[in-house]
Design a protein around this ligand. Structure first.
Ligand code: HEC
Length: 122
């Protein structure tokens, strides 16, 4: 099951029963705006925000061929493990004492990817 979820995250075909893709994109947008804009510029939400050394979602999506895989696995890629925990996936225990990790679900990760795809230039 885990593999299926992971594989479908990678291919972007994660469409559980009862959820429309539009709803997933909207959810992914909200999650991104709440939890990623601290460091990333995300779409047109915070054009002058983020941290300048952190790539914008637009840059990631448009400049990187493998952006879908990167979005599907961002939570294991530095610096994210220190700040974001995924429900059901063991947290690294070497966090700095002042870090309060954000907890998301794999569904949130899939939704973020669906939202990120909407930032791809046609
Ligand atoms: C604490 C700051 C911070 C937060 C919060 C944050 N990111 Fe990042 N993110 C970064 C930095 C810095 C990089 C660039 C890392 C690098 O170049 O090695 C990055 C890179 C990425 C990448 C590209 C990864 C790669 O290997 O190229 C993705 C995808 C990503 N972030 C998604 C997200 C998502 C989705 C969220 C919100 C759920 C998020 N980030 C929240 C700082 C952050």
């Amino acid at each position: 099951m885990k593999f299926v979820v992971y594989a479908s995250l990678i291919t972007g075909l994660f469409i559980p029963n009862g959820f429309s893709l539009a709803g997933e994109i909207e959810d992914g947008k909200k999650t991104s705006q709440s939890h990623c804009t601290r460091c990333h510029v995300v779409g047109d939400f915070n054009p002058n925000g983020g941290i300048s050394s952190t790539p914008s979602f637009q840059l990631l999506v448009n400049a990187l061929k493998d952006y879908e895989e990167r979005f599907a696995t961002f939570y294991v890629r530095p610096p994210h493990p220190a700040v974001i925990k995924i429900k059901g996936i063991k947290k690294r225990d070497d966090l700095p004492y002042n870090a309060e990790p954000v907890e998301l679900t794999l569904k949130d990760v899939a939704n973020i990817l669906n939202f990120a795809k909407t930032l791809k230039k046609k």
